[in-house]
Design a protein around this ligand. Structure first.
Ligand code: SAJ
Length: 409
């Protein structure tokens, strides 16, 4: 079985490496020539626990990387599925383009697996028509499958091995074939179902998490209004055998949890009410942090925003991904409502310059600062909060312990 993995990003690359490491013949394809050159030079393209080790094994097994599509028995398409913030509709163009390029080279009877997260109905509305427009017969010339992933950035390699998976297929026999390929490495349960169910299940999983994070965030606002300790309340409430409240934070980032619920809001207006309310709560948190910071600055007599630093640019701890990060949302808000961002910004996981005021060492960051807003709980800080020195801290991730200088959400 030869597999061509299309799209070597956060999901496609670990998947390609994992398959190759388990003796599947894999060609990795990406349109980004620089990315392909980096991989062919033996370097991974992002930080992820265990990825370098997996890369070394895949290389030994003979994985190859290219910008072209090749004849293969199975294709795994893992390309971006952005959504339009105004229409709340998915932009399927990357998936449709990858499907078209695949159809140019695939042999009769090839299996086309879409791993990209898509809004419910995308395969019917966009992928099937693209195949039929070529005069091809689905189920004969090409087989369609949707196999969304559940791996969590920061623990991807481990979760690729142990997570349960969902395979949506028109033909159950094809579903079983794809299941056997994923079972080459996946030790979890692999559910074979229909394509529409697989599409909806994936979006539902992330929406469930977004709603639960929103509950924790709303709880933080309620407790703050009465100066109660939301963390202690959650800690004790979670002692209940059937209660599992998540952690409040400065907002919800990443390309998944902050995006997927909008697919349901866009496709089911008037029905996705809790889902929409949760999105609004989570998207309100960066401004809540700003309000909280202003109150602390007044209380502590910190006059200028130039005396305040923002620690953390990524969307969550111990990843290098900044997509939809709460810090970027907060800086956008400062630019909209204030005179822009006058604060220094530092994230040890982000080497490239992304925002004005960004610095690249803790020493430069802390210089002349009187207050730090902690937006990401990277392990370096969680393990040793003293690295911030004795500045006033607004700890939106509850990782800096307690002290007269430590404030929480
Ligand atoms: N967050 C909180 N409080 C929490 C948990 C998360 O504020 O208690 C924030 C994080 O800081 C981050 C955002 O939510 O900004 C999302 O982070 P996450 O770790 O919850 O999720 P992702 O986006 O890294 O990964 C999710 C996972 N989905 C679920 O847990 C249901 C992962 O399994 C998916 O594969 C991934 O989305 C995806 O690609 O869809």
């Amino acid at each position: 079985m030869k597999v061509n993995v299309i799209g070597l990003g956060y999901i496609g690359l670990p998947t390609a490496l994992m398959l190759a490491s388990h003796d599947v013949k894999v060609i990795g394809t990406d349109c980004n020539e620089e990315l392909v050159a980096t991989l062919n030079a033996g370097k991974t393209t992002f930080n992820e626990n265990g990825l370098d080790g997996l890369f070394a094994v895949a290389q030994e097994k003979g994985i190859t990387f290219t910008t072209g599509y090749e004849a293969a028995d199975m294709y795994i398409i893992s390309v971006p599925t952005p959504y339009d913030k105004d229409s709340k509709k998915i932009d399927p163009s990357y998936v449709v383009a990858a499907v078209g390029a695949t159809l140019d080279v695939c042999p009769e009877g090839a299996i086309l697996v879409i791993e990209s997260t898509v809004s419910p109905g995308t395969m019917d509305k966009f992928v099937r028509p693209a195949v039929v427009a070529r005069g091809l017969e689905i189920g004969k010339d090409i087989h369609l499958v949707h196999a969304p992933e559940r791996i969590i950035p920061g623990n991807m390699v481990n979760e690729l091995l142990h997570n349960n998976r969902t395979i949506g297929a028109d033909d159950p026999a094809i579903g079983e074939t794809v299941k056997s390929i994923y079972a080459s490495f996946c030790k979890g349960d692999i559910e074979v179902t229909d394509i529409c169910t697989a599409e909806m299940t994936k979006v539902v999983e992330n929406t469930f998490r977004d709603i639960n994070i929103a509950f924790a965030n709303e709880l933080a606002k309620i407790c703050r209004s009465d100066e109660m300790d939301v963390y202690e309340i959650i800690r004790i409430a979670n002692k209940h055998p059937r209660v599992s409240i998540l952690s409040p934070g400065p907002g919800v980032g990443g390309h998944c949890i902050s995006v997927d619920p909008w697919f349901l809001v866009g496709d089911y207006p008037g029905l996705a009410n809790i889902i929409l309310a949760a999105r609004k709560i989570n998207d309100s948190m960066p401004d809540f942090v700003l309000e909280r910071a202003h109150g602390i600055m007044e209380e502590r007599g910190i006059g200028s925003p130039s005396k305040v630093g923002i620690y953390g640019l990524t969307y969550k701890e111990d990843v290098d991904d900044v997509r939809e990060s709460p810090t970027l949302q907060m800086i956008e808000s400062m630019e909209r409502h204030l005179a822009g961002n006058a604060c220094k910004v530092y994230d040890p996981w982000v080497e490239r310059d992304i925002v004005p005021g960004q610095v690249h060492t803790m020493e430069e960051f802390l210089k002349d600062l009187e207050m730090v807003i902690v937006m990401v709980g990277h392990s370096e800080l969680k393990d040793d909060p003293s690295i911030l020195g004795d500045v006033v801290v607004l700890d939106t991730r509850n990782v800096c312990g307690t002290g007269d200088n430590i404030y929480k959400l």
